[in-house]
Write a protein that binds this ligand. Structure first.
Ligand SMILES: Nc1ncnc2c1ncn2[C@@H]1O[C@H](COP(=O)(O)OP(=O)(O)OP(=O)(O)O)[C@@H](O)[C@H]1O
Ligand SMILES: [Mg+2]
Length: 257
């Protein structure tokens, strides 16, 4: 199996990058794939969900994402592991310093460090809500990009510049593919949102995933508890949330193949 490296990317915050990535990691892990999550966001949401609140102390001596992006040297590449066996290169404080590096250094050092990560079938990168050097480093290491968005007017406005950034890297790195946009946090009772969803589908066509994710509390509860939504105790909304999440993940895996 050739390794896929997927960046979850949108410069807009709170659209579901970390949430969908967290579920993708579990989904692929349960399918028997060797999964690595790289957390490029200083908020450390993916790291916390996978490793717990005190991940830096708990996982003492493991490499952080500042290393991966070329900010730090380490003697030994020791990678943290979640309780389910998902590998995690967690967020660390040196991530912010990456923004002060020369962009050519970020790209070349990140590429070199990624070459060491050959043990994994699937690598998922959680990007911060910016378009800085960490994101460019992530794109140069990626084979695919998935962009969650919310069905709101300003979300649509930001998409053009996002796709422009991805295409600019793609000029240099043809193996980079834009898998498309996942519409997340849909409120099915809002007519305004319905119009926005229709507008997104009309303007982006096949780049929009067929499956959508409704805003459902069990999804945020599950991430807080550090488990995928399909592992929560069954109830009507858990079942619906799990079904919708698995449909999105199935579509991601299908688009990747
Ligand atoms: N479908 C959903 N239903 C309910 N809550 C959701 C859903 N998707 C995301 N959330 C919640 O919305 C918040 C933002 O999601 P998340 O952290 O995944 O976004 P993000 O794009 O990674 O944000 P940031 O850019 O700040 O990293 C979180 O509290 C998450 O639990
Ligand atoms: Mg996030």
């Amino acid at each position: 199996m050739t390794q896929k490296v997927i960046s979850y990317l949108n410069q807009k915050g709170g659209v579901g990058k970390s949430t969908i990535l967290f579920h993708h990691a579990h989904y692929a892990n349960e399918m028997g794939k060797k999964v690595l999550v790289c957390d490029f966001d200083t908020q450390g949401n993916a790291s916390t969900a996978l490793l717990g609140d005190d991940y830096q102390e708990e996982q003492f001596g493991t490499v952080g994402a500042g290393w991966l992006l070329g900010k730090q040297n380490v003697d030994e590449v020791k990678i943290a592991t979640s309780k389910n066996g998902i590998s995690v290169i967690h967020a660390d404080e040196s991530l912010l310093d990456v923004e002060d590096m020369d962009i050519d250094d970020v790209v070349s050092l990140t590429g070199k460090n990624f070459e060491l990560l050959t043990d994994f079938d699937l690598v998922l990168i959680d990007c911060p809500p910016t378009v800085g050097k960490r994101v460019i480093g992530a794109l140069y290491a990626s084979t695919n990009v998935v962009s969650p968005i919310e069905p709101r007017k300003f979300a649509i406005d930001g998409l053009a510049s996002l796709i422009h950034t991805i295409m600019a890297v793609r000029d240099d790195r043809p193996e980079l593919n834009f898998e498309g946009v996942v519409i997340n946090r849909v409120n099915s009772r809002s007519p305004q949102q319905k119009r926005n969803v229709a507008l997104i589908r009309e303007s982006l066509g096949k780049q929009v995933f067929l499956s959508e994710l409704v805003e459902r509390e069990p999804i945020s509860d599950a991430v807080e508890e550090g488990v995928p939504v399909w592992s929560l105790r069954k109830s009507g909304s858990v079942t619906a949330a799990a079904r919708e999440m698995k449909a999105v993940l199935k579509e991601i895996e299908w688009r990747l193949s």
